[in-house]
Ligand binder design. Structure first.
Ligand code: NAP
Length: 276
């Protein structure tokens, strides 16, 4: 029987997930499908009825449904609970199980492109405290980093996040960057700044140690102004596309029974669809 998977969102036509999973389905010659389905918020309960009927093996959830599906899942694992969002659904025996693979995507990307990045790392800076920052904080907390400084335009949003997620976190205004940069071995941008070429005002990357790694989870464009500035200073960088590719691995394995690999060829095919 053809196994079917999906990504639901509203709107959904921007999603690269069908390309990623379609690539793996062909590579492994699996009798399966992965399609983008536009589901409006009011249609979610009805869509979950379809899931429980066994029509799909599972799928991905994207904006604006990552929080709303919590209440509809039959079970949600503790990791997704601590992140506060579900991005992957697995249907088993007419029950819908929710999990979150964004944190594995973040770690998988850095482990692949900057091996050893978290070894003996005393301090890191995370910019932004929105939905995506939650998975990044959970990921960083799992790697024994000394202190993770969370900087956000709206300080109360950062304070709310660290009250909910256990870890070695300290919160600051964005202006603290200049003071904290000389001690930071890693900078992670989780804000939406960088999308479509937007840039930070007053973020002086030259204050970072020369060995610092700068990574951006924004991947449209792939080379954000932040990464371009870091590269111009000779700093090591990792872009956000790999997070998207690596977060897809556990879902594909759960639905289709094969653990796929993030290859350079897959990366190149998805890169070709991004703005530059
Ligand atoms: P979100 O929940 O809307 O959070 C946005 C964050 O950006 C907040 O911290 C917000 O600060 C900050 N921000 C927005 N505009 C700003 C400005 N002009 N100046 C300073 N700070 C600003 O968004 P999200 O869901 O976390 O997503 C953030 C980005 O991550 C998006 O570009 C998304 O595409 C990307 N992403 C990538 C992946 C991947 O797989 N690579 C996965 C998930 C998300 P305030 O709290 O002050 O509003």
């Amino acid at each position: 029987m053809t196994r079917k998977a999906f990504v639901i969102g509203h709107p959904i036509n921007h999603s690269r997930s069908p390309l990623i999973h379609g690539d793996w389905l062909s590579e492994h010659q699996i009798d399966g499908s992965y399609t983008a389905i536009d589901v409006a918020p009011v249609e979610l309960p009805q869509f979950f009825d379809r899931l429980r009927s066994g029509e799909f093996a599972g799928g991905n959830v994207t904006i604006p449904h990552k929080e709303a599906v919590f209440a509809l899942c039959d079970s949600v694992d503790p990791l997704a609970r601590s992140i506060g969002a579900v991005n992957t659904l697995v249907v088993d025996d007419n029950r819908v199980h929710g999990t979150n693979t964004d944190y594995l995507g973040f770690l998988g990307n850095l482990d692949a492109l900057a091996p050893g990045w978290s070894d003996n790392l005393p301090q890191a800076i995370v910019l932004g405290a929105g939905g995506a920052a939650r998975a990044v904080l959970v990921a960083l907390a799992s790697r024994g980093i000394g202190t993770v400084h969370l900087l956000n335009r709206t300080l109360p949003n950062a304070q709310k996040l660290v009250a909910e997620i256990p870890g070695p976190f300290q919160t600051h205004e964005m202006s603290a960057f200049a003071r904290l940069a000389p001690g930071a071995g890693l900078v992670v941008n989780t804000t939406s700044i960088g999308m479509h070429g937007t840039r930070f005002d007053d973020l002086d990357l030259s204050l970072l140690p020369k060995t610092a790694l700068v990574t951006d989870i924004v991947y449209t464009p792939q080379l954000t102004p932040l990464l371009a500035d870091a590269q111009a200073l000779g700093l090591k960088t990792v872009d956000g596309l790999g997070m998207l590719l690596h977060q897809a691995v556990p879902g594909f394995e759960a639905w289709f029974g094969v653990r796929p690999t993030v290859t350079a060829a897959l990366r190149a095919r998805i890169e070709a669809t991004l703005e530059h």
